[in-house]
Design a protein around this ligand. Structure first.
Ligand SMILES: [Zn+2]
Length: 512
């Protein structure tokens, strides 16, 4: 009869087996150190980096070695072959360390032709600059097994898929693809990681200075580009000019102010000229001129300006506020907040500054004093602004703002009695004019005529033409009357005639 083991016995046996396995030295422990045999550009000094302690051990061949544990789980091999086509998509840290330390051999063979009678050539290992300088593409690695080329650093450090990670064997247009790859930001990032690791492994000994220099040069170039693009953004924003046109093509007459200024500056500035050349030669896909980049720059600059202004207000400590509401084009109510502060600098003088910022609040139905006051309180909290430092408040004469019981003014004074309320002078003057106009019969009829003229002539500005071009307006009205009569439009003809006759009776306008 077969003896069945109890659960406890099974667990005991399993634990004993686990302990035994744990006490065994790892397979890599038995691997013999190997003398470096292949041609590498990286020194092979022992490194102090504890993560790379196994780097002095090598397998005899380049075949993959897999460690298999007793429970059947396969641990990825530390030592990968020299051929990049055999490397996994995601390499482990240990594999990366080993490959970077080993470096790779530049394959120089009679490269095979493909079906289109094209093949890889040794020339691709070098990059020729516009000034004639030649740099070796130290990152380009040829795979003998797959007849493909790879980017060594992108293969090891990259995370996004790219043709040079998967292997490239389309030889047609390879020069252009290589150029595009070596100038893209993803490659720079991987290249930098490669250099850093290599430097660490080599214990600060010689690294490829030429490549580093090239990389550094490229970084300086892109910084200079960004600086110029920021300047264009500032220039257009400060003048309130539109950025975009009806298309986004370089060289187009309707590509808007941003691209237009870029094109103009590219004529005189070497950095922008170089970028323009790269774009025209299709050497780069990254140019930082897109609509998204423009928006991002505007957003970043606005944030910076806001934070600088806020810093100024906080430094001055005391401030006053002006709040006003107005609907935007989508009929959403916008609350604008203006902060005023006074900066006194010894030896320089007194500077009264007004800082404007805007943020959407609520729909048009919800502009009650309470809602507006709460919106301001929230914003002040976001800005970390102390309400008790406010010394003045000013609004229009809207009931929701100024009334003494539930208006913003009253609520503010409840919290901070020192925030004195002053009605907005512009709004008050406006009200005086409206009231004044309503007290005179001539004025009432004048504005009535303006309104009728507005309807007839579809013009938004009537006062100025009436003052300076009265004769022309009367002529236009007479022509309109004739035209209406020709069309047998009696209603319009009568309206126009009565209006013309009425305007002729205005002594204060005709006296001039
Ligand atoms: Zn790359």
């Amino acid at each position: 009869m077969k003896k069945v083991k109890s659960g406890a016995t099974k667990r005991r046996e399993k634990a004993a087996a686990r302990e035994e396995i744990a006490n065994h030295p790892k397979l890599t422990h038995f691997l013999k150190p190997l003398v470096q045999t292949r041609s590498v550009s990286i020194p092979t000094e022992t490194t102090n980096n504890s993560d790379c302690h196994y780097l002095n051990t090598r397998v005899e061949s380049d075949r993959l070695i897999c460690e298999s544990t007793s429970n059947g789980i396969t641990i990825p091999p530390i030592f990968l072959s020299d051929d990049p086509s055999e490397w996994p998509d995601i390499v482990s840290d240990a594999q990366r360390c080993d490959l970077v330390k080993r470096g790779f051999k530049k394959i120089e063979i009679d490269f095979p032709y493909n079906l289109e009678r094209r093949r890889f050539s040794l020339n691709y290992y070098n990059r020729k600059m516009k000034n004639g300088e030649i740099f070796e593409r130290t990152w380009l690695i040829y795979s003998l097994n797959s007849n493909k080329v790879f980017c060594f650093c992108c293969k090891l450090f990259g995370i996004i898929s790219s043709p040079f990670r998967q292997g490239m064997n389309t030889w047609e247009g390879l020069s252009k693809k290589l150029k595009e790859h070596e100038t893209c930001s993803a490659h720079f990032k991987c290249f930098e990681q490669w250099m850093t690791l290599r430097k660490g492994i080599a214990n600060q000994t010689t690294i490829d200075e030429k490549q580093q220099k090239l990389f550094h040069k490229e970084r300086i170039f892109w910084r200079a580009v960004l600086e110029k693009i920021l300047d264009i953004t500032l220039f257009l924003s400060a003048r309130n000019l539109a950025f975009r046109g009806s298309d986004t093509a370089i060289g187009s007459k309707s590509n808007g102010n941003f691209l237009g200024v870029f094109e103009l500056l590219a004529k005189y500035n070497t950095v922008l000229n170089e970028l323009m050349q790269r774009i025209q030669d299709k050497e780069t896909k990254e140019h930082y001129l897109s609509n998204d980049t423009q928006n991002e720059l505007i957003r970043l600059l606005a944030r910076e300006i806001k934070s600088k202004n806020l810093f100024k207000v906080k430094k001055a400590k005391y401030y006053s506020i002006i709040l006003d509401c107005t609907p935007d084009v989508s009929h959403k109510e916008q609350l604008s907040i203006i902060l005023r502060s006074v900066t006194c600098t010894p030896g320089v003088g007194i500077d009264i500054s007004e800082n404007f910022s805007l943020f959407p609040v609520v729909s048009v139905n919800d502009t009650t004093g309470k809602r507006l006051f709460n919106a301001f309180l929230n914003q002040a909290k976001n800005w970390d602004l102390n309400i008790l430092d406010c010394r003045g408040q000013s609004y229009d004469n809207g009931a929701n703002m100024k009334v003494k019981v539930k208006g913003v003014q009253a609520r503010f004074l409840e919290m901070n009695p020192k925030a004195l309320y002053v009605p907005c002078a512009n709004h008050s003057l406006n009200l005086v004019i409206v009231d004044g106009a309503l007290s005179s019969i001539s004025a009432i009829s004048f504005f009535g005529v303006l309104s009728r003229l507005y309807t007839l002539l579809s013009s938004s500005k009537c006062v100025k033409p009436l003052r300076f071009y009265l004769k022309e307006i009367i002529e236009a009205l007479e022509n309109l009357e004739e035209h209406a009569l020709e069309k047998r439009d009696g209603a319009t003809a009568t309206k126009v005639r009565s209006l013309t006759e009425y305007i002729r009776t205005w002594p204060f306008l005709l006296s001039n």
